[in-house]
Design a protein around this ligand. Structure first.
Ligand SMILES: [Zn+2]
Length: 229
């Protein structure tokens, strides 16, 4: 069967009506037993490395789904979940909320540690987060991978994510580890794992990297993870 990719140009919208795109592999019945992997770029608008990684991964999927569709796991991909923050090169969304503190996990906290970490007026208040939590409930991904930049590391939340995190980190020189080193209430990791038992991997590319080096560093690990053995 030839690979087919569904592209929803306006899968969701931000509070200022900016469209958010979603791509997904349309899987055949024989593949439906395996739940998809959800990839997300641009949670933080001032981390262009994460958007580059998501877009480069999408390009590779678009090229390879045609020739070896049966070998690639089912997937969903959002190149940039925070387009308003991204267009302004700011961490928070257009409403000034840190999306990675706004998820309705049981540990969500109204406490704002710093202005750039404002968790929002209530858990799940932001449209970007609402769209994502609905997608997770509907599609029941086996794993969520979101791309950021900070100090280089691949962090997994939920022990079942360890193997995939190690595979993605392989050859990058980055450590794969379970804890980012500080509490992140209301993060996507806490939401996915605590509320749905879906492990979540946060890829932290080296911040302020030469952008052309980001994809080559992670390409082998991401491809190895996506290909069925
Ligand atoms: Zn980030």
């Amino acid at each position: 069967m030839q690979g087919k990719i569904i592209h929803q140009t306006s899968w969701a919208k931000t509070a200022s009506e900016t469209p958010i795109a979603l791509y997904k592999k349309s899987h055949s019945l024989s593949e439906s037993a395996e739940r998809p992997v959800l990839f997300i770029g641009g949670v933080h608008g001032d981390e262009p490395e994460g958007v580059i990684l998501a877009n480069e991964l999408l390009l590779w999927l678009q090229e390879n789904e045609i020739i070896q569709t049966e070998r690639i796991r089912p997937w969903l991909l959002i190149p940039c979940i925070n387009p308003d923050g991204y267009s302004r090169a700011q961490r928070c969304n257009g409403q000034g909320v840190d999306l990675n503190r706004n998820f309705p996990s049981r540990d969500w906290s109204p406490e704002c540690k710093a202005p750039r970490y404002y968790p929002g007026p209530s858990p799940g208040s932001e449209l970007e987060v609402q769209a994502l939590t609905k997608l997770i409930e509907d599609e029941k991904p086996q794993l969520i991978v979101h791309f950021h930049s900070w100090e280089p590391c691949v962090v997994y939340t939920g022990a079942p994510g360890k193997e995939a995190a190690e595979l993605i980190a392989e050859g990058t020189g980055y450590p794969a580890r379970e804890d980012i080193g500080y509490p992140t209430p209301g993060s996507l990791g806490q939401y996915g794992w605590l509320e749905h038992q879906v492990p979540v991997i946060c890829v932290e590319a080296q911040e302020h990297s030469e952008l052309s080096t980001v994809w080559p560093r992670f390409a082998a690990g991401l491809k190895a993870f996506l290909m069925r053995r």
